[in-house]
Design a protein around this ligand. Sequence first.
Ligand code: C5P
Length: 267
Amino acid sequence: MKGSIIIAIDGTSASGKSTNARIVAKELGFLHVDTGAMYRTLAWHCLKTKVNFHNPRSVGAICARWKAALERIDRQVVLVVGGHCPALELRSAAVSAAVSHVSFVPQVRAWMKKTQRECARFGNLVMEGRDIGSNVFPETDFKYYLDANLEERSKRRESDGVKDNLAARDEIDSQRAASPLMLGLGAKYINTSNQTAAQTSKAILDDIRARMAGSPAPQNLMKAKTLRKQLDRFQQKVRDMRGRRVEEEGGGCSYQVLCDSAKQAVR
Ligand code: C5P
């Protein structure tokens, strides 16, 4: 992770991942990565180049050779294909219908995982998707899984004016062999059916802040480890000296007290 903090927000379609990921990223000053948009970009590219998205071989082959690169645009990290960053096109019914077939292909998942891990070079991230906590960044301490009942999720999509095949996508996403949609180990489950985005994002932010307060930031942890090593070496020297003094003078010294209080200070 190269020292970056990753907040993983996974869950079912229209469970509120994007809205909450954006709010959390803004509040923390982190970058936002929508990995669903990455898969949609490949689905859009297949449709544009007339690749049969039902054929895993063709999809795997195009994924191996497409010219897609990561770019930071404002507060987001996105995929740019041949200099173009598709946005509205990704929300079309055609792309929604194709995307789960594209994301089903193991070569595609391997390419996406590698590329999504590379996003950490841009800084601290809030990354949303289906397998971020379970597969892309399983080592992160910050994992959230959002869900809501199908009726509520369908209502949300309709109110956005988007036609979506939610149930079908969830079915394919959770049944596939390669990194399926599932609750990752250590992920906090949040049912958003009866919650506003303000309530959900507050629950996530409160949890992140409580965890961050409880554990030192990675850079502080490194500093503390280095200090602890220096202190151990120093203490050893003091013990050796004291041993010599005890031998020479037949008495103790106050170095140990000093060391013990210094050790307490870095704990
Ligand atoms: O989040 P969104 O609904 O835009 O995701 C579109 C599709 O991309 C999902 O239905 C799923 O097939 C795929 N996806 C995935 N793994 C992710 C993110 C999205 O398989 N991490």
